[in-house]
Design a protein around this ligand. Structure first.
Ligand code: ATP
Length: 301
């Protein structure tokens, strides 16, 4: 059952949030939708949830109009900010949400997926920020949805919660669920997504696998210590950027790392401390969206 945006535009007064937006979500795939603040990601998710109608074009969710109640019952959503039932315990909230769906998961299964077992008896209002995100996840998955929409899911989660969260999400994908995720944590998208869609200004800039995006833009970084001066480094094959630090370590960006190394060795130059690494998804993303975007966050490992 196909989920598509066909030539969708969405405007709010004079603001164009989405423009000529075309995207097909493939069954069983985890797609990461990336873009700076205001790019249009939440607007796209809102359209899939049937919260608003497109200004032009067509949105189909699991083959039908997302505003139909029977379609909504097949979607799970974890919004950026969710109003949780504060007075209920975690278990009561998950039990209540399970009752909305025709074939839900077991309550204990949903609690375990979200790693909430130890706090199942606690009231939602008393949860920490990260625990609230995990409760929002449990409420999104308890209906066993075919399509899962998750908007900046791991904000506020600690390292263990994030690891457990991604394990649960990839487990759902292995069961054939279709997942659309937005995140500003690019290394999470790089590690987990089958497909990355980069957007800005309401338009799609790239749609590829994480590997495809990395190799399509940016090439590789090669660094080493040598006596070569800036002008000599710039003449090496495929070099688009050169930085040399005070200790004489050169850091080069090249589209052809193999040719660069062959030229370096062929020149007879003495060099040491060689490091070669492919461009990261973050570098590819920044090339696509422009260095002025300060919203892409990278956590230190
Ligand atoms: N209800 C609304 N009324 C007016 N403008 C809106 C509304 N919702 C979104 N916008 C505008 O539409 C554009 C896209 O917003 P959207 O929330 O979809 O971006 P986003 O990519 O999700 O951003 P973020 O990463 O900050 O969550 C922005 O310029 C935003 O100000």
């Amino acid at each position: 059952m196909i989920t598509t945006f066909e030539q969708v535009s969405k405007t709010y007064g004079h603001v164009t949030a989405l423009s000529d937006f075309n995207l097909t979500l493939r069954t069983g795939e985890l797609t990461a939708l990336l873009g700076p603040n205001g790019a249009g990601k939440s607007t796209a998710i809102g359209l899939l949830l049937g919260l608003s109608a497109p200004s032009a074009g067509q949105v189909r969710v699991l083959g039908a109009d997302p505003r139909r109640n029977d379609v909504r019952a097949r979607i799970g959503a974890m919004p950026q900010e969710s109003a949780l039932p504060a007075g209920l315990t975690v278990r009561e909230a998950v039990t209540l949400f399970a009752s909305f769906y025709p074939a839900p998961l077991g309550v204990d299964e949903a609690l375990a997926l979200a790693d909430l077992g130890p706090v199942a008896g606690r009231r939602a209002a008393q949860l920490s920020g990260g625990q609230k995100r995990r409760l929002a996840f449990a409420l999104a998955v308890v209906g066993d949805p075919e399509l899962l929409l998750i908007d900046e899911p791991t904000t506020g989660m600690d390292a263990q919660s994030r690891a457990a969260f991604w394990e649960a999400v990839t487990g759902l994908r292995a069961r054939g669920r279709t997942i659309l995720l937005t995140t500003h944590y690019l290394e999470e998208a790089e590690r987990t997504a089958d497909r990355v869609v980069v957007m800005n200004g309401g338009r799609i800039l790239a749609d590829d696998t994480p590997q495809g995006l990395r190799s399509g833009v940016g090439g590789a970084r090669v660094s080493f210590v040598s006596d070569l001066v800036q002008a000599e480094l710039e003449r090496l094959p495929g070099v688009s950027a050169v930085q040399v630090d005070a200790a004489g370590r050169a850091d080069l960006r090249t589209s052809v790392p193999e040719a660069l190394l062959a030229a370096l060795i062929g020149s007879g130059t003495t060099f040491s401390d060689l490091e070669v690494r492919r461009a990261t998804l973050e570098e590819a993303y920044l090339q696509l969206t422009g260095p002025q975007d300060m919203t892409a966050v990278t956590r230190s490992a």
